[in-house]
Write a protein that binds this ligand. Structure first.
Ligand code: 13P
Length: 139
């Protein structure tokens, strides 16, 4: 399962605590993140994460590209709803692509916990099953 972690600055501590709590669920998956988020999680867990650029420098768009190519199965994106971000268009684009491609996305820690528990139970395994039969938008 390919999983992306993203958190705005005032949500970094929350995503680190979330990753610590569910480390046993996420280990063994292919993990991705924006730059600073991934560094913070790796500093506090044993998870190995492929880090893209920091969000304001294009990291959201890099993860968005994987979503567009059907290479992302779950996105945990703890947004800060109380602070404007300089790269707001990138954030909107990433969330839009999740909706375009039907990718599960959690934007707060309560929904992220439900996703983690669903992942643990195997509820998201259907994505691996249908992947082979999914029509590609680039064809
Ligand atoms: O800005 C972000 C998401 O929009 C997150 O980027 P960082 O993980 O590099 O802080």
């Amino acid at each position: 399962m390919n999983i992306a972690f993203i958190a705005h600055d005032r949500k970094k501590e929350e995503i680190v605590n979330f990753a610590i709590a569910y480390e046993h669920v996420f280990e063994g998956n292919n993990l991705y993140s924006t730059g600073t988020t991934g560094q913070r999680i790796m500093d506090n867990t044993k998870l190995n994460i492929h880090r893209f650029l920091s969000g304001p420098l294009g990291g959201d768009q890099q993860i968005g590209a994987l979503i567009a190519q059907n290479q992302m199965d779950l996105v945990i994106f703890l947004r800060d709803p109380l602070m404007a971000q300089p790269h707001e268009p990138d954030i909107t684009a990433l969330l839009r692509l999740c909706d375009v491609h039907g990718i599960p996305v959690a934007t707060n820690v309560a929904s992220a916990e439900i996703m983690a528990r669903a992942l643990d139970r195997g509820d998201l395994s259907w994505r691996e099953l249908v992947e082979l039969h999914r029509p590609r938008l680039d064809k």
